[in-house]
Design a protein around this ligand. Structure first.
Ligand code: ADP
Length: 463
């Protein structure tokens, strides 16, 4: 059973070569043999006809032609003249021939029909292969014919030699073709084997493995596709590891705090009632942080698996924003932050899930509140364009450095890590917002110049 592609290609190559070589060999051998024998037969008839025209006048005048030696020499064959009664008039007929005629007297008449006859006698029955030609002599009574018997052993020997030469060159050609076939098959299958080895190594967890097989043919493209896929999987794997490390890191801080606070309380180290209250409040705050992180992780996982169910409605974005700010005033309390809303009149309605859009608004407003300095202004603007409504949230905070802007929507990405973590952010807000906007067929973008505040813009399709 041929399991490898290499064996299959080689076998088909051998099959093609064998069939072609055998067909060509048999055909050429037949053609050569036929050509050689037919040329000799034509030559014999032509010379025989010439000889007959030479001897005819002599014969008609009743002359004796004797042994016909010169004719034999001229045509290169044993020649004899015979009449329709079976009498040899000149030359020497082979004994076997005469015996045969004596045994089959009916056959005699067939040689005197007045037409040229010739045939090839194969070398069976111990006789050498030969060409026999019978050329009628015109106007003789009784009718007579010149018989020519030319052994063709030499001719067939030459054909045998040509055949042997042909067989030799075919075998040599076949051996060379087999060698070439072997190299081609190996050339074709070696890169495939390389890809298999790379895929095996990759499957065993070595995510840096890439194949060296490249090029513009199908196998080269397979190699490139493999490398592209390996790159993507390695990226996902790295992402997964980073994510796990980030989650553990995010959980570690509040859990460690809770543990330390709870242990102090349990050990009776904190005796003062007001201190006890502060410890307990801290435990509650840290628990809240864990709760927020777990909720964000749950949202993230639902968004990434596509399991998040949306309730899309047609909404008035200006109304939604106003009521949202009203219910989130606690974010700005005691900080003298001014919030202004500038809405273009007659804004068309948008399509969105109010709860999920609220989640995005909360994230943008709490970030703006977190970074806006006390006494500054947060500006909200609503505009309509190209079957979309856009909402921008601009603060006068520290802004975001240009180098960080491309990563701001990545999970757990923070410009200034320690400060934000202490402020209670999970690092997932913008990543979740971006995914939510995408599932609602909207868009989120950021513009910022470091030191000059930041503007987050969301756009949503109109009804
Ligand atoms: P976090 O929970 O840390 O706020 P986000 O995903 O909401 O997580 O924000 C990611 C990071 O983006 C923040 O840690 C902060 O570095 C930066 N960022 C977000 N909003 C602003 C803003 N308005 N001004 C400056 N930096 C911001």
């Amino acid at each position: 059973m041929m399991r490898s592609i290499f064996a299959k290609i080689l076998a088909s190559h051998i099959a093609v070569i064998l069939v072609t070589t055998l067909t060509m060999g048999i055909l050429m051998s037949f053609l050569i043999r036929n050509y050689v024998v037919e040329s000799r037969r034509t030559e014999l008839i032509q010379k025989g006809v010439g000889a007959v025209s030479l001897i005819t006048p002599f014969l008609q005048s009743g002359g004796n032609l004797g042994t016909l030696e010169s004719i034999s020499e001229l045509v290169g064959a044993n020649a004899w003249l015979m009449d329709s009664s079976g009498k040899v008039l000149a030359g020497r007929a082979p004994e076997r021939w005469l015996r045969r005629l004596a045994e089959n007297p009916d056959e005699l008449s067939t040689f005197f029909s007045g037409t040229v006859q010739s045939w090839v006698r194969t070398g069976r029955r111990q006789a050498d292969p030969a060409i026999v030609a019978v050329i009628p002599v015109p106007n003789t009574s009784p009718p007579s014919s010149l018989f020519l018997y030319a052994p063709i052993t030499g001719v067939t020997r030459a054909a045998d030699a040509v055949e042997r030469l042909l067989l030799f060159s075919l075998l040599t050609g076949m051996a060379a073709a087999l060698g070439i076939g072997f190299l081609i098959s190996r050339n074709l299958t070696k890169p495939i084997e390389n890809i298999i080895v790379s895929a095996d190594t990759f499957a065993k967890g070595n995510f840096d493995t890439r194949t060296q097989v490249t090029g513009s043919d199908e196998i080269g493209r397979l190699g490139q596709t493999f490398n592209g896929m390996a790159q993507a999987i390695a990226g996902l794997e790295q992402n997964r590891r980073d994510f796990l490390a980030n989650v553990s890191h995010e959980l570690k801080t509040p859990v460690a705090s809770i543990q330390a606070l709870a242990e102090s309380l349990a050990d009776g180290l904190v005796t003062d009632q007001s201190h006890k209250q502060r410890y307990l409040a801290n435990i509650v705050a840290e628990t809240g942080r864990i709760d927020r992180l777990l909720n964000d992780l749950l949202d993230m996982s639902q968004l990434e698996s596509g399991e998040l169910r949306l309730k899309i409605e047609s909404l008035d974005l200006a109304n939604l924003v106003t009521s949202h700010i009203d219910s989130h005033l606690h974010l700005f309390s005691g900080r003298h932050i001014q919030i202004s809303i500038n809405a273009q009149p007659n804004l068309p309605k948008i399509q969105a899930d109010p709860h999920r859009l609220g989640q995005v608004l909360t994230n943008l407003l709490s970030n703006a509140a977190r970074y806006a300095p006390d006494g500054s202004e947060i500006k909200l603007a609503l505009t309509a364009s190209n079957s979309c409504v856009a909402l921008s949230v601009t603060d006068q905070g520290p802004g975001i450095p240009a180098a960080d802007l491309p990563y701001i929507f990545d999970r757990f990405y923070r410009v200034e890590k320690s400060r934000v973590r202490s402020d209670g952010g999970t690092g997932l807000g913008l990543a979740i917002s971006k995914k939510l906007m995408t599932v609602m067929e909207g868009h989120i973008a950021v513009k910022s110049i470091e030191g000059e505040g930041a503007t987050f813009i969301i756009t949503l399709p109109t009804v």
